[in-house]
Design a protein around this ligand. Structure first.
Ligand code: ADP
Length: 198
């Protein structure tokens, strides 16, 4: 049972690494951003509500996000563990996650929080490139800047919360995708968390 959380600014590479780590250890990666984008694409009620916030680079309100994660974490495939990408992002979401995990029999909660770091010049360069390749509607220059500000203001404080719980493992997100995966794997192993199929 491995319960991980990936945290870091937009463009640090969380989504890319989440997919690889989840494949390596056979636990589902749960990305709130991906879930919201799928809902937007399918024009569900949730998607229609979330879209205006996402396009403006704002966080989707906790009232929508918390319910989504609560029901996802009740699904059978998370019994062996999970990797959260992009949630929690606010201190209120941390409280909610604590509550969800306690209620779901996950004991004292997470095993580690991987903080993926990258400097802001690299981030803007990566997101601008992704905008050209994928056309994500929140990857325009103004919206990228706003997302970075929102991250600093609302999500960076979570690092202190999880540091106080001695859960944070900081990993440099620069370099090749393989290098970063290797760094994360080794940093977790140093804490006694081995990412391999059960
Ligand atoms: P990035 O990390 O590059 O910003 P994500 O795919 O994680 O990309 O998130 C895209 C958008 O989805 C966010 O800007 C926000 O609007 C919404 N979102 C994702 N996760 C959350 C969350 N936990 N709380 C609120 N909004 C969220």
């Amino acid at each position: 049972m491995t319960r991980l959380l990936l945290i870091g600014p937009p463009g640090a590479g969380k989504g890319t690494q989440a997919v690889r780590l989840s494949a390596a250890c056979g636990i589902p990666a749960i990305s709130t951003g991906d879930i919201f984008r799928a809902n937007v694409a399918e024009e569900t009620e949730l998607g229609l509500k979330a879209k205006e916030f996402m396009d403006a680079g704002k966080y989707v309100p906790d009232s929508l996000t918390n319910d989504l994660v609560r029901s996802r974490l009740l699904e059978a495939d998370v019994e062996g563990g999970f990797l959260l990408d992009g949630y929690p992002r606010t201190t209120a979401q941390v409280d909610e996650l604590d509550d969800i995990l306690a209620a779901g029999g996950h004991g004292d909660g997470l095993d580690a929080v991987v903080l993926l770091v990258a400097d802001s010049d690299e981030i803007v360069a990566r997101l601008t490139k992704r905008a050209a390749e994928q056309g994500r509607s929140d990857d325009t220059e103004n919206v990228i800047r706003h997302r970075l500000d929102v991250y600093e203001e609302q999500t960076a404080p979570l690092i202190d919360v999880y540091t106080a719980r001695e859960l944070v493992v900081t990993v440099d997100g620069l370099g090749s995708v393989d290098d970063v995966t290797e760094r994360i794997t080794q940093a977790l192993e140093a804490r006694g968390i081995v990412l391999s199929h059960a």
